[in-house]
Write a protein that binds this ligand. Structure first.
Ligand code: SAH
Length: 248
């Protein structure tokens, strides 16, 4: 069975052994596309040893410099986190996340982000995702080993995909990079019109990022939003005010 294009993205993984164990966990569940964001040590014999036969996944792993590049083609992204965050991203349980990922994969590649062993994902990295998934664990000891977290989510994805046929969605979301460019444009326009103060940005752009990721617009909707921004950016031509009462 051909599994959907769900990309497992490991962000700054520190231990090559974990990279290998993640590849193994993926291959067991039928997932193939591994993306490594700035791995500390890779390729590495320890990674190959721990992959235990899943070394083809390592050979074909895509290596990129940052999360933005990792998710540029993705139409939907879920981030994982062991800890609570001060900003409330939309939350999914692992089962729910797996079924949403399978559903969204009908529209293009989707991504599942995992953080580094010691530090996890930064808030800026989570900003690239539409939702956050936390595997329920004992709150007194919430942090799973990276490959164990990958295993649980890949298993849920397999169950979601093989268990219930997921009807293809009619909605084709825009790729992440189109949203990134829209958000950059939005920020510039908000600065230009004096709504966003660069010296005191607070959390405005993060909140707007979350709003638009959650809305998950399609390509046409992004074009409309960009068109609105361009219209705001353009100096307004002097306009005759038709609402004035006619001169009598
Ligand atoms: N000390 C880090 C933990 C990193 S564990 C922190 O506080 O964020 C490495 C990665 O494994 C995490 O970034 C996440 O991707 C995944 N992970 C670990 N425990 C998890 C959990 N309970 N739920 C979801 N992902 C988890």
């Amino acid at each position: 069975m051909d599994m959907p294009d769900i990309r497992v993205i490991l962000v700054r993984p520190q231990h090559p052994g974990n990279i290998g164990a993640c590849a193994r966990a993926m291959k067991n569940m039928g997932l193939r596309h591994l993306v490594l964001v700035a791995p500390q040590r890779f390729p590495d014999d320890e990674a190959t040893a721990r992959a235990a036969g899943a070394d083809d996944i390592l050979t074909h792993a895509q290596i990129v410099a940052d999360v933005r590049a990792a998710v540029a083609e993705c139409v939907y992204v879920v981030a994982t986190s062991a800890r609570e965050r001060s900003i409330a991203w939309p939350r999914l349980g692992p089962r729910e996340a797996a079924s949403v990922l399978c559903e969204q994969a009908a529209g293009g590649p989707v991504g599942l982000l995992f953080g580094a062993e010691r530090t996890g994902l930064t808030n800026e990295e989570v900003d690239f995702a539409q939702a956050l998934v936390q595997i329920p664990v004992d709150p007194a000891f919430p942090s799973l080993n990276l490959a164990a977290a990958v295993q649980i989510l890949c298993y849920e994805i397999r169950c979601a995909y093989t268990g219930a046929a997921v009807p293809p969605s009619a909605h084709v979301p825009a790729p992440g990079e189109a949203i990134n460019r829209f958000l950059a444009h939005l920020e510039q326009t908000l600065i230009a019109i004096g709504f966003l103060d660069e010296r005191h940005p607070r959390k405005l752009m993060r909140r707007l990022t979350r709003l638009f990721r959650r809305a998950n617009p399609d390509v046409n909707e992004v074009l409309i939003l960009r068109g609105i921004l361009s219209a705001i950016d353009k100096p307004q031509p002097p306009r005759r005010d038709d609402s004035d009462p006619p001169n009598t």
